[in-house]
Design a binder for this molecule. Structure first.
Ligand SMILES: NCc1[nH]cc(CCC(=O)O)c1CC(=O)O
Length: 319
């Protein structure tokens, strides 16, 4: 009998779309696959801000199902995955990344700069609220939760003037045409690993690991998100934090004039979250592609030197 690979996913439209692309790629490689929906804490409880539910609210139920052998593969939004590794599991593949930037959906086709002072902008993530506040546009930031449709709906029904969402989620669910502005990373750095997927399996499932790696893994995406996540891990010291990061693989010349690939990493962190005032610290660095992890750690050290340390506290939410 041929094996069937059980792929676990959250049941949201976005998660199913993401997992569908993974399932298709494995089918093209000749595998039998079955998609298994797993409900997570983040899906069940919409009343509480994610920052209060703790880390891994969208991912731990999937990891539990993997450990319990109810599924063979877990597909996560990489940015939802805690930075701490989980023993018994391995990150077998990081597929090519979608657009990592954040997007604005505003009433009447408005851009961020066109929103009048006092406009209401919905977002639950501290990373987004701190960066939006730092722009000094006088926006009123409103905490919201829910899936993409729920959040977008608050603009269409007039409850809010705008919402900020990950562009990748909108693209993957066919809602690109609702975007009124894709935010430049100079204004709004995305969450570390935003737009990327993490495909996990059990560490002792060596066959599956090799299959996932050879069919799905993208080396450039892996290098970029490794730098971003190393920065996050070094900054948050065990809990999540309002941190943005974006790494891009760029071509450079070495001392002999040969073309080499390097990683350019930008990071942002809040120095303090004191009432309405927020000071943001930004830094950037370029390093060897083969040393992505170190680049991330070094940029985190620089941000901490510049004062980013003041923000670490329990239950902060990086998204
Ligand atoms: N649970 C939040 C979440 N996790 C992944 C995405 C979007 C897709 C991605 O960033 O990879 C979103 C929605 C959002 O931030 O707007």
């Amino acid at each position: 009998m041929t094996r069937t690979i059980r792929i676990g996913t959250r049941g949201s439209a976005l998660a199913l779309a993401q997992t569908g692309t993974i399932a298709d790629a494995l089918r093209r490689a000749g595998e039998n696959v079955e998609i298994v929906k797993v409900s997570t804490a983040g899906d069940r409880d919409r009343s509480v801000p994610v920052s209060q539910l703790g880390v891994g609210v969208y991912t731990s139920a999937l990891r539990d199902a993997l450990q319990a052998k109810q599924i063979d593969v877990a597909v996560h939004s990489y940015k939802d995955l805690p930075t701490a590794p989980e023993s018994g599991l391995v990150l077998a593949a990081v597929p090519p990344r979608a657009d990592p930037r954040d997007a604005l959906i505003a009433r009447d086709g408005l851009t961020l700069g066109e929103l009048p002072p006092g406009s209401t902008v919905g977002t639950g993530a501290l990373r987004r609220t701190t960066q939006l506040r730092a722009l000094g546009l006088g926006l009123e930031l409103v905490p919201i939760r829910g899936n993409i449709d729920t959040r977008m709906g608050k603009v269409f029904d007039g409850e809010l003037d705008a919402v900020v969402l990950a562009r990748a989620g909108l693209d993957r669910t066919g809602k690109t045409d609702k975007i009124t502005e894709t935010l430049d990373p100079i204004q709004m750095l995305p969450a570390p690993a935003q737009g990327a997927l993490a495909v996990e399996c059990r560490v002792d499932d060596v066959d599956i690991e090799h299959l996932l790696q050879s069919t799905l893994d993208d080396e450039v995406t892996r290098a970029a998100v490794t730098a971003e996540r190393a920065m996050l891990a070094a900054l948050e010291a065990g809990c999540s934090a309002p941190v943005g990061a974006l790494a891009e693989v760029v071509e450079d010349l070495d001392e002999n004039g040969s073309v080499i690939e390097r990683i350019s990493l930008r990071g942002v962190a809040a120095a303090g979250l004191d009432g309405e005032s927020v000071e943001l610290i930004r830094a950037s660095a370029v390093g060897d592609k083969s040393d992505a992890e170190r680049l991330g750690r070094e940029l985190a050290a620089e941000l901490l030197d510049l004062g980013a340390g003041a923000l670490s506290g329990p239950g902060r939410n990086s998204r």
